[in-house]
Ligand binder design. Structure first.
Ligand SMILES: *[C@@H]1O[C@H](CO)[C@@H](O)[C@H](O)[C@H]1NC(C)=O
Ligand SMILES: *[C@@H]1O[C@H](CO)[C@@H](O)[C@H](O)[C@H]1NC(C)=O
Length: 400
């Protein structure tokens, strides 16, 4: 089937190339052959593939996507050359480090990698002095990370295994992998409140890590926001029917949880109210300049929302068509990628406690940024495109 697609591509480009040189009579036979035989066959095969494919994208959820349509959020400071002067941490030793969490008591950060390792990295004055220690392998794909600062346990949203905790003695314990009888498909973001309650997301109960791009193509809300109470061991569904909910951050006053919905380019606030799991959801920030991933509170008045890539308005417009999303999904199955516009640039947006954007740092040389954690004057950025963590100097970025 891959051959069919590339045959289509080849015959198309062949057709174009030939038509520009069609004045040459010696090549008229092959052009005729391409145009009259190969091209129609390729198109016919493509149509059959399309018809046979059972994939059924939902009508675009316009009520969700455009209910507060407006201009892209305008931060006070924007710097689109974030990578100038950037440093690499753990160069070559970290396989696609997705999320990052800092433990100030040990002066180390933890990052979850594609080979299942949670690596422990020392935070040093000079980025090149950082030492990487392979700490624990979950046997899955660790994504969201959070520290319980009371007992120093590391809480992990593992895309494959579910919600895990890792003790100081490196023991890996499964806390939860289902709720209301439904297994998690892609445990994604996590944070821990001061009372020990864990807030986390299952981005898609239908599509696992391998197929997560298809979730955006289908555009149905298979995600859930959940909580786990360590004293009772109970997992509670706080909100169901969410569109790929991703990063989670508990507010510093412990009354709400910020969570990001990647394809909707927004983060919302879940207010806990009374703690009976019957909270309310309200607007926090809409129209982010790209697709949000993890979110971390920096302890100094800002949430740092990682922007996987910018998502230009024309891409949003195209996504409205079910036909486009179905073709994208078929192409994704054959090529393993979505469309190239998705890999454009990445960065991070800092928003204050009320959801007002303060900073936006990004760069076309920073792909697939999945987390941003502020440690002193630096922002440490995780990504699923690199073998290192990117470190940028915030004082320098803010000044330029
Ligand atoms: C880097 O930091 C670690 C942990 O604080 C420390 O043990 C190590 O000596 C530091 N390395 C250098 C070269 O400073
Ligand atoms: C939330 O609580 C109110 C009052 O107890 C109740 O009427 C309502 O059904 C609850 N909603 C959910 C989603 O449980």
């Amino acid at each position: 089937m891959i051959d069919t697609i590339s045959a289509m591509a080849t015959s198309n480009s062949g057709g174009e190339r030939k038509s520009s040189s069609s004045s040459s009579s010696s090549s008229s036979l092959p052009i005729g052959f391409f145009l009259s035989v190969l091209l129609p066959i390729s198109i016919a095969v493509g149509v059959v593939l399309y018809r046979l494919d059972p994939f059924d994208p939902a009508p675009f959820p316009e009520h969700e996507f455009f209910q507060e349509a407006g201009a892209v959020a305008q931060p006070r400071r924007v710097n689109g050359r974030m990578m100038q002067g950037a440093e690499f941490v753990g160069n070559g030793q970290l396989r696609l480090p997705e999320d990052i969490v800092y433990d100030p008591s040990l002066g180390v950060l933890y990052t979850g990698c594609a080979d299942g390792w949670i690596n422990r990295v020392t935070v040093n004055e000079s980025a090149s002095d950082s030492a990487v220690e392979k700490w624990v392998n979950t046997g899955g794909r660790p994504l969201g990370l959070a520290l319980n600062h009371q007992n120093h346990e590391l809480i992990v949203a593992d895309a494959v295994k579910g919600l895990l905790k890792i003790t100081k003695d490196k023991e890996v314990i499964l806390l939860s992998d289902e709720a209301e009888g439904q297994k998690f498909g892609l445990t994604d973001g996590v944070d821990v409140a001061k009372d020990g309650t864990i807030y986390f997301t299952d981005a898609s109960s239908k599509y696992g890590l391998e197929n997560h791009l298809r979730d955006s193509c289908e555009s149905r809300p298979y995600g859930r926001l959940l909580s786990f109470d360590p004293t009772t061991g109970l997992t509670k569904v706080l909100r169901r029917r969410l569109y790929f909910p991703n990063g989670v951050a508990v507010s510093p006053d412990q009354t709400s949880v910020i969570f990001c919905e990647t394809p909707l380019k927004r983060c919302r606030r879940y207010r806990m109210e009374g703690g009976d799991g019957n909270g309310t959801i309200e607007r926090f920030i809409d129209n982010l300049p790209g697709l949000p991933d993890n979110v971390h509170y920096d302890g100094e008045g800002h949430y740092w929302i990682a922007i996987f890539t910018s998502f230009p308005p024309y891409a949003s417009k195209l996504m409205k068509y079910r036909l486009v999303r179905k073709i994208m999904k078929i192409a994704e199955r054959h090529t393993g990628r979505l469309i190239d516009v998705l890999k454009k640039d990445g960065g991070a947006v800092a928003v204050d406690l009320e959801g007002n954007p303060s900073f936006h740092f990004y760069d076309s040389a920073a792909l697939s940024i999945t987390s941003g954690v502020k440690i002193a004057d630096h922002l440490y950025l995780g990504s699923v495109s690199y073998q290192h963590i990117i470190r940028v100097n915030l004082a320098r970025l803010s000044a330029s």
